[in-house]
Design a protein around this ligand. Structure first.
Ligand SMILES: Cc1cc2nc3c(=O)[nH]c(=O)nc-3n(C[C@H](O)[C@H](O)[C@H](O)COP(=O)(O)O)c2cc1C
Length: 209
């Protein structure tokens, strides 16, 4: 199968997007943030459930509180890991921490939540065999993913960069934080653009039946 792309502005933006973790000091204006929110809101969602909820973690105090919670989570995991002397687990913990910290320095940081739509209860047996509960979770995740991708592409169009973060979530769980987001998303003007990561070939991920 051909790997060349049909040229177009959206194609350029899709392929130009990289996860950006280092930003310049330039702040994001309210208008810019609004444009990002609108792009995220324009995404499709399961049964038009619109689960996207965003808390913009902007004030110094809110960032400090988040940092404290993350550090508490890191300490809690380290305390459990230390006596086990599992070098691989310790190394993994260090990597996840490394992939958590940069978001705290981002000019704009969203905590992203998924709100479940309240639905009429159905027959419990049908709910069970159709795996209703886990499907609802998947639908929320897919819908949020679509929103975050929209926002990340909009960011590229605006000359900005972004990165989705889920590594911090484990530290929030370990800290027994009260309201835990599905993900964080950081935005700003790119200070460093990483080179493209490894990709699969079409043949390795696609089958026609
Ligand atoms: C669901 C999801 C979670 C991610 N979590 C993190 C994270 O916690 N920390 C981080 O630095 N990058 C995170 N990333 C970014 C990935 O590392 C990145 O997308 C991947 O390496 C491919 O690079 P690219 O986005 O530049 O194409 C996440 C991406 C996704 C889609």
């Amino acid at each position: 199968m051909q790997e060349e792309q049909i040229p177009g502005e959206l194609t350029r933006i899709i392929h130009q997007r990289r996860s950006i973790r280092q930003f310049t000091k330039r702040m994001i204006s309210e208008e810019e943030e609004r444009a990002l929110i609108q792009a995220a809101m324009a995404a499709p969602s399961a049964t038009n459930s619109r689960p996207l909820r965003i808390i913009s973690v902007q004030s110094h105090g809110a960032r400090e509180d988040l940092k404290t919670l993350l550090e508490q989570g890191k300490e809690a995991i380290s305390a459990l890991l230390a006596p086990k002397k599992d070098r691989k687990a310790l190394q993994r913990q260090r990597i996840l921490w490394h992939f958590t910290l940069p978001m705290l320095e981002a000019p704009l940081l969203w905590a992203v939540y998924g709100e479940a739509k309240t639905t009429e209860p159905m027959d419990p047996q049908i709910e069970e065999i159709t795996q209703m509960e886990s499907r609802q979770q998947y639908n929320i995740m897919l819908s949020l993913g679509a929103s975050l991708q929209n926002a990340s592409l909009k960011a590229v169009e605006m000359g900005l960069g972004s990165c989705i973060y889920t590594a911090p979530i484990r530290f929030l769980h370990a800290a027994k934080a009260e309201k835990i987001p599905v993900a964080f998303m950081a935005f700003g003007e790119p200070d460093h653009i990483p080179s493209p990561p490894a990709q699969n070939t079409i043949e390795s991920i696609y089958q026609r039946k």
